[in-house]
Ligand binder design. Structure first.
Ligand SMILES: Cc1cc2nc3c(=O)[nH]c(=O)nc-3n(C[C@H](O)[C@H](O)[C@H](O)COP(=O)(O)OP(=O)(O)OC[C@H]3O[C@@H](n4cnc5c(N)ncnc54)[C@H](O)[C@@H]3O)c2cc1C
Length: 477
């Protein structure tokens, strides 16, 4: 990793690839391209690599400021971890964290994990359970009619499943609004199940067999994992493997020379530096990608500007074990919108992974805001911490103040794949075709999870690598 200023670079295309942004998308793309033998440099505005991934040690505890875990949904994740040399650091989530709670009527209720538990659970009424039997007989939505996830779930599964199963998960993944999130864009697998099998229930059964053949896992069966040193272990290892990651480098403009190569201008410690590269990967949030791509792809810029990122505030909280009545035997709880709680959800971080809190203490990670409650995400620290503490008293039986709280703010946290999103992404794809050598690889496209970002980065490295190797006359985007 360097933070040194480079000399003014005047050669037409000194580098094969300049990657802008060192979140997991940019780092995994760059790492893949380095492994293919290309000259790659990453420019990152912040003082550390990782983007929203960040791990902090405090008073013997270890908390995450962004993602707490990733789901092992594709073999590409394991391959990347192996190649980065950190397979031994990988830490599976505890067995106990297979239990997930959803708040209903003011108390956390374990999500049923078996047909018997489903029949017995108080999370859904007998009527809601009986309603499921209709699901295989409900007609599929015409392919050309984009639907919001709330409408989709009400139509196929009924209102209670929206309120107590899907809506809280939508809040947990996207911090999003189910009335606006697009089924084909945000939940492509659900969309495909309905289109292919005409039923989610039939599709889930048949789809599991097909995934087994492809060695892929469904998100509801894939295992959660982190690393002994937290999620930042992954992004730090990728940055080390890449070698050339310039921190504190905010890219301010992007242009193209007549030979098709790119000129990237960035600020570093108040100095303006120019770099040339044969290709550029933009791995920055959509608004930044829009700004940088404007001179080259104005249509994509307009589409990118429409992608909304609501704020999320994360509160890490430590308690003495004996001060929390709940046994914290699970992954955490999600709070449905209809329950009117202040938090979107709380992870039982020290139950999920060993080594997250010192002996005799527990660590909770709380999420506030999102599309549901952006005002609260922007409130003062004391207000947010006070509301989180009230939820701990009400839902977890906390009977003494926390030992400490740390607030982390993400004013633009997670891109929303709302209605019309696929059209916006199509504009970005068109821009890649119109400007050969320019790639857009970030979490506003192809999925927001860490695993999705890794899969997208892999695809970016593959296609850009092939393009860079192709003879000049044969190159298409
Ligand atoms: C609070 C939170 C919790 C989450 N929890 C989970 C979870 O538990 N599991 C999971 O799978 N996913 C989770 N996610 C989602 C997942 O972490 C993100 O979608 C993913 O990490 C985003 O990676 P990225 O590289 O696409 O973007 P980012 O991480 O946003 O990286 C973009 C980078 O670009 C840099 N940048 C911006 N502008 C410039 C510029 N002009 N010049 C240079 N650099 C620039 C930024 O500084 C940043 O480092 C969570 C996200 C958040 C915010």
């Amino acid at each position: 990793m360097t933070s040194e200023k480079d000399e003014m670079d005047t050669s037409p295309a000194a580098l094969d690839v300049l990657v802008v942004g060192a979140g997991i998308s940019g780092l995994a793309s760059a790492f893949g391209l380095v492994r293919k033998g290309f000259q790659v440099e990453v420019l990152e505005a912040a003082g550390k690599p990782g983007g929203v991934i960040g791990t902090v040690n405090r008073d013997g505890a270890l908390y995450e400021t962004g993602p707490n875990s990733a789901l092992d949904t594709t073999p590409l994740i394991g391959e990347l971890i192996e190649a980065a040399g950190i397979a031994a650091e990988r830490l599976p989530a505890s067995e106990i964290s297979n239990t997930r709670f959803v708040v209903r009527d003011g108390r956390p209720i374990a999500l049923p994990m078996s047909p018997g538990a489903f029949l017995a659970t108080p999370l859904f009424s007998p009527l809601a359970k009986a309603r499921l039997a209709l699901e295989p007989f409900i007609r599929r939505q015409p392919l050309d009619q984009e639907e919001a996830i709330a409408h989709f779930v009400r139509r196929r599964l009924g209102r209670e499943f929206l309120d107590y199963a899907i809506e809280p998960f939508v809040a947990g993944i996207y911090a999003g609004d189910p009335d606006r999130l697009s089924v084909p864009a945000a939940f492509p697998k659900l969309h495909a199940l309905e289109q292919r099998y005409g039923s989610l229930i039939v599709g889930a059964i048949l789809g599991a067999r097909e995934r087994k053949k492809r060695a892929e896992k469904a998100k509801n069966t894939a295992k959660s994992f982190s690393f002994r040193g937290g999620m930042q272990t992954l992004t730090d290892a990728l940055a080390r493997g890449i070698g050339r990651v310039t921190l504190g480098a905010r890219v301010v403009s992007l242009s193209r020379l007549s030979d098709g190569s790119f000129v990237v201008v960035y600020d570093l410690d108040g100095e303006t530096i120019t770099r040339h590269a044969r290709s550029v990967v933009l791995s920055v949030p959509a608004s930044e990608a829009a700004r940088l791509a404007y001179p080259l792809a104005p249509d994509a810029t307009r589409a990118l500007q429409e992608i909304l990122y609501p704020p999320v505030t994360v509160v890490a909280t430590a308690y003495r074990r004996e001060d929390v009545t709940h046994d914290l035997g699970g992954f955490g709880f999600l709070a449905p919108r209809v329950e009117g709680r202040a938090v979107l959800g709380t992870l039982f971080s020290s139950s999920m992974f060993e080594g997250r809190a010192p002996a005799g203490q527990v660590l909770l990670t709380n999420f506030v805001g999102g599309r549901r409650n952006p005002e609260l995400a922007a409130a003062d620290d004391e207000v947010i911490v006070g509301k989180v503490a009230a939820e701990h008293r009400a839902l977890l039986g906390a009977r003494a103040p926390a030992l400490w709280n740390v607030v982390t703010r993400w004013p633009r946290a997670i891109p929303q794949y709302e209605l019309g999103h696929l059209g916006r992404v199509a504009k970005v794809t068109e821009a890649e075709k119109a400007v050969p050598g320019l790639k857009f690889c970030a979490n506003y496209r192809g999925g927001v999870s860490v695993g999705d970002c890794i899969a997208n980065a892999h695809a970016t490295a593959e296609s850009l690598g092939a393009w860079l190797r192709a003879p000049v006359t044969a190159r298409v985007s």
